[in-house]
Design a protein. Sequence first.
Length: 267
Amino acid sequence: MKKIIASLLFAVAANSAVADPIADAVAHPDRPLEQRMRDEYRHPQQTLRFFDIQPDMAVVEIWPGGGWYANILAPLLQEKGKYYAAHFYIDEETKDYYRKAREKFAEKVKNHPPYKNVELTSFHPLKNDQKIAPDNSVDRILTFRNVHNWYMYNNEEGLNGAFKQFFAALKSGGQLGIVEHRLPENANDADQQRSGYMKQSYIIQLAEKAGFKLVASSEINANLKDTAQHPKGVWTLPPRLALGEEKEAEYLAIGESDRMTLKFIKP
């Protein structure tokens, strides 16, 4: 009996010691507290598991912005994988906001130890003279809450251009993961142009037009409290709170937006 109990205790201890690279990356000590506070809305562990991200993969993140997911993906992929940060495309027409955001991110790539193996590339939905990654080379492409930007600035042409570039960079069998603010299907299509929300059916339609196949969708990042009908669109909600203190408690109670989470494959 003692031997059986000892064996069971050893098995439990061994199981508890199994490496969990995603959990470790989410809990990385260099990850800022203010970003960790968003985990309850953005569910990074569940989301990256849904996208089946492994530490030995080549992964592109499109428009990492200030680095919310980069602070997880960079250490996760640092040793065995490859992380491409496809940041804002810079030319003479680029607005100062985008230029400064990229410069700040580039500084982190240069000086922040968890970013030491990050490769900084560029993405613009209508310009492909700078590759997000070599063609047919990556296992995953991820983008978080960005699709509406390409539509608001470049309409359907922007989405078609984006999906074409994603398709080119992925290996056969590689996957595209999208998290985006979700507009109800019965809403006016015109709301997509100004609200920051997109219809799930529309994104699926254009991704499939580019050659992708939908593998699965998830409600990991759903929020039933969000109606997607707000005075200043999605930016009314946290973390932006575009109305300031006006109805702040109400919007904080709603939380961050209702979001679709979609997984596509390149056949």
